[in-house]
Design a protein around this ligand. Structure first.
Ligand SMILES: Cc1ncc(COP(=O)(O)O)c(C=O)c1O
Length: 444
């Protein structure tokens, strides 16, 4: 029998966790196993994994097919370098599978381990592309307020959730932020006759003009902002963004690290609006989190620029674990399962059920907004629907949900829900009931 108190002490003494502060880590759950949408702690309690790990465990926990694929690949060839001059079978097969899979114009993949590494790769590729095109000053990257793009220095500088910044500043220069297409709380100017989607896209155009189109290399956005609070853009936003990017020769990077591989009810989320990006970053769901794998896909145009470079101008970017055979083998099996089980359609259906269920929570006056796309939903709390003043109860509701067996995360007053795509109808209903109970125990 493991001594839980001793383990906690060891953890607190020896482990630095993401977003660390000791106050937030006084009584962490020690998760011992997972099965489907359920997590089990060392002391035998069961919790619904309401955020599918960190949005990534699409096929749920405990899938032995993925375990077998990892074991077989490790026995065959666990690792080899993917630097120019060597390659491996799973990496070739996966890159071939991904060619044109997300968007028809993206046929070339570079693999990384995590989303931040993927975004770093995207930013460097933007610089490379414009340098090779004879426009070396196009280095600015415009991003959205409340965006999350990762925590390495450049990714953090692109991230628009400001608490990530202060203790690590100065940020990398040449990243700037514009208002998010956040229908419930749009922070930009809306001119007469403009929709919020148009106004948010105008904010991009204005920023490009202000900074100088010859200085702006790319615009990066999550199709649905995840960590920022599940911000679903209006339908007219991304089509107009694409037009603006084309007009000013600015590359469009879609950060599909959360939205990629089905979470929103389409394989990739910009497809909801018929928009093709120039680069996507992906991660998380490609392996359902069973192995760390991420990457970028680049347009044929960008790829051509890399392919026709002179020998002294190679795309000198690299990671030891790029194209890791075991991670790629697991990704291939994970994609096979997503396709075979039709989990993208399931995300649409269960997402609709979850959203409809959560909308019934509008019966509480402290619920200001309920939103979502596919299996990516949020409930936002306010003190008053008119003023939309924050209620300051997000953490309390999250705590009450935890007590009742639902583990999830909040951003301030926004409770976020994104369970595994394999979730059943009754499990969706259970989530709604636990959130209802959580709100009623906090709401006076
Ligand atoms: C949209 C998005 N991009 C990038 C990242 C960074 O990914 P990672 O934590 O794997 O570096 C995340 C992580 O949550 C994310 O949500």
């Amino acid at each position: 029998m493991l001594d839980q108190i001793a383990l906690l002490k060891q953890d607190q003494k020896h482990l630095l966790h993401p977003l660390h502060h000791p106050d937030a880590h006084k009584a962490p759950l020690i998760i011992e196993s997972g099965n489907g949408i359920w997590l089990r702690t060392l002391d035998g309690k069961e919790y619904i994994d309401g955020l599918a790990g960190l949005w990534n465990v699409l096929i749920g926990h405990g899938n032995t097919e993925l375990a077998d694929s990892a074991r077989e690949q490790i026995a065959q060839l666990a690792y080899c370098s993917n630097y120019v001059g060597t390659t491996n079978l799973p990496a070739i097969e996966l890159a071939t599978k991904l060619a044109g899979f997300a968007y028809p114009n993206l046929n070339t993949t570079f693999f990384a381990c995590g989303g931040a590494e993927a975004n770093e790769s995207a930013f460097k590729t933007v610089r490379y592309y414009w340098k090779r095109k004879g426009k070396p000053d196009k280095i600015k990257v415009i991003a959205l307020q409340d965006a999350y793009h990762g925590a390495t220095l450049a990714a953090m500088s692109a991230t628009g959730i400001t608490p990530y910044w202060p203790m690590f500043e100065p940020r990398v220069p040449n990243f700037l932020h514009i208002p998010a297409p956040y229908p419930y709380r749009f922070k930009g100017d809306v001119k007469a006759g403009e929709t919020i989607g148009q106004a948010a896209a105008s904010a991009l155009e204005e920023a490009i003009v202000r900074e100088g189109p010859d200085k702006v290399g790319a615009f990066i956005a999550e199709p649905v902002q995840g960590g920022g609070g599940v911000i679903v853009p209006p339908d007219d936003y991304f089509p107009r963004v694409r037009e603006v990017c084309d007009e000013y020769e600015v590359l469009l990077i879609a950060d599909e690290v959360i939205t990629g591989f089905g979470r929103t009810g389409d394989w990739f989320a910009l497809r909801h609006w018929g928009v093709q990006p120039d680069i996507i970053s992906f991660g998380k769901g490609i392996t359902s989190g069973y192995q760390p794998l991420a990457g970028i896909q680049i347009s044929d145009d960008i790829n051509e620029v890399i392919l026709c470079a002179p020998p002294n101008e190679p795309w000198m970017h690299a990671y030891t674990y790029s194209g890791h055979p075991t991670c790629c083998a697991v990704a291939l099996k994970n994609l096979e399962i997503l396709e075979r089980e039709d989990l993208i359609e399931r995300a649409t259906q269960m997402g609709q059920r979850l959203l409809t269920g959560l909308q019934t929570l509008m019966e509480f006056s402290c619920v200001g907004d309920v939103r979502g796309l596919g299996l990516m939903c949020a409930v936002e709390f306010v003190t008053d629907r008119e003023t939309k003043a924050p209620a300051g109860i997000g953490d309390k509701v999250r705590g009450a949900c935890l007590t009742n067996g639902l583990l999830t995360r909040t951003k301030g007053d926004i409770l976020m829900l994104a369970p595994p795509l394999i979730i059943s109808e009754t499990e969706v209903d259970k989530i709604v009931e636990i959130v209802r109970k959580g709100i009623s125990s906090v709401h006076s």
